[in-house]
Write a protein that binds this ligand. Sequence first.
Ligand SMILES: Nc1ncnc2c1ncn2[C@@H]1O[C@H](COP(=O)(O)OP(=O)(O)OP(=O)(O)O)[C@@H](O)[C@H]1O
Ligand code: SF4
Ligand SMILES: [Mg+2]
Length: 327
Amino acid sequence: MTNGQIPSEAEALLQIKDLEVHYATRMGIVKAVDRVSLEVRRGEVLGLVGESGCGKSTLGMALLRLVPPPGKIVGGQIIFDGQDLLALSETEMRKLRGRRISMIFQDPMTCLNPLQRIDDHIIEAIRVHEKGVSRRAAWERAAELVDKLGITSDRLSDYPHQLSGGMRQRVMIGLALALNADLIIADEPTTSLDVIVEAQILELLKELRRAYNLTLILITHNLGVVAELADRVAVMYAGKLVEVADSVPLYDEPLHPYTQGLLKSIPSISLDKRELKVMPGSPPDLINPPPGCRFHPRCPYAMKECSELEPPMKEVRPNRWVACLRY
Ligand SMILES: Nc1ncnc2c1ncn2[C@@H]1O[C@H](COP(=O)(O)OP(=O)(O)OP(=O)(O)O)[C@@H](O)[C@H]1O
Ligand code: SF4
Ligand SMILES: [Mg+2]
């Protein structure tokens, strides 16, 4: 099955086909990513959304072949710029990480070396990417880059713990840019920040995407964040994609009952708090997910066949893919 969300393969920077990632645990096999197919076009921001535990981070890490044990990619293909990533050796994969595909995490402290100054992080990134660049020239580039990110160059000599959370996240974004990565995967990049800093980082990402023509996969459980930035949105539920669409039509008229539930639960300034609805129930156990449509125990429209048949992804409108038996 392919979701075929793009008219021509030439536009796709990344094609994920029937990807399966399992965690073998003592309790059983957790099917965290279950036959997911998705394409990412060059220059787009794709939002990947869903409730906690639906498999978003596992999918993101699988794209770099960095799923931690006991997690394992057990099936499918990841084609990046025409190359099958699952066929590469670990050495080839190591060359590609950071330089061609970069990942930004929720907590930048986990990726920054606490003993290394900010300038050393960026200079190292530049010099790994471009052999022969002098330290001085790399420092100047680093200063120029952090300036674009809203950090003054005198902060370059700081250590990571001397910066605020928002500034550290700016540094992480800067590292991805210094490496000139073709694809950036940002996993909850603003979740640990307060709302004002979050808004600043989102604004920064908006500016940078125009300036650098970034291709970004933005992973978040916050549909509000995605609405700000994404061109397209992929909605994930219990290890599977349930809807993939351009952002504007998705927000105007969500088709999958799960997407509808998620959108109703976004807090908004204009919305009276009493109107905010929390989706009833919780996501299923991924060791023994419900048969048929995994959303059926929570779905207000569930029919008899929903607990028997697994809904396939179908293009129900142009560029609009939905996995629901109602369509
Ligand atoms: N190391 C692990 N061992 C066993 N199961 C795991 C492991 N890591 C994740 N899982 C399971 O895989 C599923 C997907 O987890 P994942 O972290 O990818 O979800 P997520 O959508 O990123 O959630 P969140 O929004 O909380 O970050 C969950 O059911 C989780 O419990
Ligand atoms: S297939 Fe059935 S249970 Fe699943 S989302 Fe559609 S209507 Fe609801
Ligand atoms: Mg996650």
